[in-house]
Write a protein that binds this ligand. Structure first.
Ligand code: NAP
Length: 259
């Protein structure tokens, strides 16, 4: 049982939908004060309303994680609202599917900026706040795609998610001097607005390839993030956890038929 998160100030980016909203809900249910960030104000306000209706403490900040000034404003707003920052969940991301032949340089830059540069910007912006608090936690949302698996149409996405892990290993070393741990959750296929946008065929095909025989829920990722953010995980840094229902395990198509 993790008991250490109540009262902590937590930033979750990409929190208006999907996994980010799930992370925010899980942390708020454990008594954390959560700052939800995304670009779209309407979805953000709706997510904050859901958390407050369930008895949680939440605020919203419109933020584009690719923009340095916007990210700095997010951290300042969190310190103003909650008196500091204890946990950063850098989760915002996009996953438009396009094969290399159709992929433009602009498509590449958009995905790398949203998924990878944003991790650098968010971590950098939080360092002074973590210093003021004497410690902190960073939890990145990476993916199995890139670090472990490949899928046609996601070279840019896979590069961004594998890049996050390269970033985190050195960031974990650099931020140790501030008492900050840096870890990452690698989700498999989690039911979110973004994933549903990939279509019925994609969802069915993915569910069939998962040993636990279901797509993941956003809370599955929230609970893993909660572990990394807890006092109990204070000696864990630079690490990753795969949360995918066993999706990366089968060695062949036939292996699934043997289950
Ligand atoms: P989603 O349902 O599409 O939600 C994405 C969230 O990110 C939204 O709140 C969106 O809000 C926000 N966002 C996008 N661009 C942003 C920007 N520039 N600045 C600030 N916020 C931004 O996606 P999801 O499925 O929950 O995915 C969340 C994270 O998990 C991503 O990093 C994704 O790569 C990762 N992941 C997901 C899965 C999965 O199966 N779902 C699997 C592996 C990894 P606005 O558009 O309003 O800004």
């Amino acid at each position: 049982m993790l008991t250490s998160i109540a009262g902590r100030a937590v930033i979750v980016t990409g929190a208006s939908k999907g996994i980010g909203k799930g992370i925010a809900r899980v942390f708020a249910a454990k008594g954390a004060k959560v700052m939800l960030a995304a670009r779209g104000a309407a979805d953000l306000d709706a997510a904050v309303g859901e958390i407050r209706a369930a008895g949680g403490t939440a605020e919203a900040q419109v933020c584009d994680v690719t923009d340095w000034g916007s990210v700095q404003a997010l951290v300042a707003a969190t310190e103003a609202a909650f008196g500091g920052v204890d946990v950063l969940c850098a989760n915002a991301g996009v996953f438009p599917q396009k094969k290399i032949v159709d992929l433009s340089p602009e498509d590449w830059d958009h995905v790398l900026a949203t998924n990878l540069k944003s991790a650098f910007l968010c971590v950098k912006a939080c360092i002074p706040a973590f210093e003021r608090k004497g410690g902190g936690r960073v939890v990145l949302t990476s993916s199995i795609t890139g670090p472990i698996t490949g899928f046609p149409g996601w070279t840019h996405y896979g590069a961004s998610k594998a890049g996050q892990l390269g970033f985190l290993r050195t960031a974990a070393m650099e931020l140790s001097r501030y008492g900050v741990t840096v870890n990452a959750v690698l989700p498999g296929n989690i039911v979110t607005e973004g994933l549903e946008g990939l279509g019925e065929d994609y969802l069915r095909q993915m569910a069939e390839s998962i040993p636990l025989k279901r797509l993941g829920a956003v809370e599955d990722i929230g609970h893993a993030a909660l572990f990394f953010a807890s006092d109990e995980a204070g000696y864990v840094t630079g690490q990753t956890i795969v949360v995918d229902g066993g999706q990366v395990l089968p060695e062949s198509l036939d292996a699934m038929n043997e289950i």
